[in-house]
Design a protein around this ligand. Structure first.
Ligand code: ADP
Ligand code: GLC
Length: 479
């Protein structure tokens, strides 16, 4: 089966969050199960060296304001297609935001171009290859089925929701600029309460819809989590499937990870102590009697870290330590920097984005805190499991589906891998931290949980097979 992935980021080339990790990993797992996958992303400046050695496979005289081309290259184990359009993507800084911290003003054109190029790959084919199915990821690829319709092409599209909080809404006056036909601007098509909805278009016009965990698939049907799209999703419930994310077991392996000071395995856990010492030194932390908690996260209200601020006095009082790596909302960044002054030696934070340091934190911490208000899947708890860094998580979305809470029954049955809490409030997070400290004090119980967590299956095999089922049913539907 030939599959085209269309997305706005892909690890290890360009990453702002979990979407990139997923786009960089699933194609390999699908490939291992016999599929031929190509991944189309924009050629941001970070891709310059890949573009250099690539072959041109498609050309556009004018793609929303300038010439553009699609080039093909095999890089990092992936068959990449890169949309080279300097007028849209050749910019320093963040791939989504300008220097003022606001979305680039032409983000509609930038990602409409990506979707349009995806549709063209399907229609024209490249080097004799044509996709049987297109998997469009998040709002940036949401217009793929709209452009396919305009081109009278019936290639099936599977739309994957990684995060419904980002919907790609733009003013209706942009319709012509985006090359969209006005007959698609209806409630059954791309119109969303008088505006153009990129994700809405993808959900309304695709053949199948997936999201990244079974619990989030159910949550999306409620007003609290559906963020306005719950009605549309309910009408398409029969086509909506939740498939858990996995992780790249080669990139994230404590036995071989080059970003760790010391490697370790389930049998020989000692290396973790050297990594912990390195974290203590990098974050200016003194050793404590309690667990070393870490956070690796975007700092946004989704992630619930404002609740963690409320819990810091209790965490520190119980001998816990916190090392936080994150960036995002300036108010949250400031608050965590301030907390390092309030709790010197007990709370450390590094504001920024640092891939290598994120590995070290997984490799040396005892527990990872993820108090998200909503979490479509979440990957850091999966990295935590793999590294024996026990996840302390809000019981929502993919966090609920991947961590087994250390309640009495689970401890007796010997299956606990972390701590869950609900409802998602500061008070319950505080209880979860206290429970974690108590478990940590029972070192045999804790070590048992670490070993179990490290053995928990977090690879892509099962989920890749589930994606293939969805692609097959999308194909059958068209047939
Ligand atoms: P989301 O995609 O909502 O941000 P996920 O848990 O799915 O959440 O994925 C986040 C990814 O980004 C993980 O790979 C995590 O390690 C990484 N990450 C988040 N913040 C940082 C940071 N400040 N530095 C390095 N990696 C980070
Ligand atoms: C989104 C979600 C996160 C998920 C990731 C990859 O960024 O916020 O929960 O793990 O996409 O699917």
């Amino acid at each position: 089966m030939n599959l085209l992935f269309v997305a706005s980021e892909c690890a290890p080339f360009v990453k702002t969050g979990g979407l990139a990790d997923v786009i960089g990993a699933v194609p390999k797992a699908l490939g291992a199960q016999g599929a031929s996958v190509r991944v189309l992303i924009p050629a941001y400046p970070a891709l310059a060296s890949v573009v250099e050695g690539a072959r041109e496979v498609l050309r556009f005289d004018d793609l929303f304001g300038g010439p553009a081309r699609v080039v093909a290259a095999h890089a990092e184990g992936l068959d990449m297609l890169l949309l080279v359009a300097p007028h849209l993507y050749d910019r320093a800084g963040s791939i989504y935001l300008g220097p003022d911290g606001q979305d680039w003003p032409d983000n509609d054109l930038r990602f409409a171009a990506l979707s349009l190029a995806g549709a063209r790959v399907a229609v024209d084919g490249i080097e004799g290859w044509q996709p049987d199915v297109i998997n469009a990821h998040d709002w940036q690829a949401g217009l793929v089925p709209a452009y396919l319709r305009q081109m009278d092409n019936a290639t099936p599209v599977v739309m994957t929701i990684h995060n419904i909080a980002f919907q790609g809404l733009f003013d209706a006056t942009r319709l012509a600029a985006l090359g969209l036909r006005s007959d698609l601007f209806t409630p059954e098509g791309i119109e969303y309460y008088g505006r153009i909805g990129f994700l809405k278009a993808g959900l309304a016009l695709s053949d199948k819809i997936t999201t990244v965990s079974p619990t989030y698939a159910a949550e999306l049907l409620t007003p609290e989590f559906g963020m306005g799209l719950e009605g549309l999703l309910a009408s398409r419930q029969g086509d909506l499937v939740g498939i858990l994310n996995g992780i790249d077991l080669d990139a994230w392996n404590p036995a071989t990870d080059g970003d760790l000071v010391a490697n370790y395995t389930t049998e020989a856990l000692d290396g973790k102590a050297a990594n912990k010492a390195e974290i203590q030194s990098r974050f200016a932390l003194s050793p404590g009697n309690g667990p070393l908690f870490c956070v690796v996260s975007r700092l946004t209200s989704q992630k619930g870290l404002d609740m963690l601020l409320d819990c810091l006095p209790g965490l520190v009082e119980q001998g816990g330590r916190l090392a936080l790596l994150g960036s995002g909302e300036p108010g949250l960044e400031r608050a965590f920097v301030e907390a390092t002054r309030q709790f010197p030696g007990a709370v450390g934070c590094i504001i920024g984005y640092d891939e290598a340091l994120s590995h070290l934190l997984q490799g040396g911490s005892d527990a990872i805190l993820i108090p998200s208000r909503f979490e479509p899947c979440g990957l850091t708890q999966l990295y935590g499991l793999r590294y024996g860094t026990l996840p302390v998580v809000a019981r929502t979305g993919g966090l609920a589906d991947t961590v087994i809470d250390a309640n009495e029954a689970a401890l007796l049955a010997g299956c606990a891998t972390g701590v869950q809490f609900a409802p998602v409030t500061s008070t319950m997070l505080g209880h979860a931290i206290a429970r974690t400290c108590a478990l940590y004090a029972q070192s045999d119980t804790w070590t048992g949980m670490m070993r179990r967590a490290m053995g928990h299956p977090v690879g892509w095999d099962l989920s890749a097979a589930a994606y293939l089922d969805v692609y097959r049913s999308a194909l059958q539907r068209q047939g």
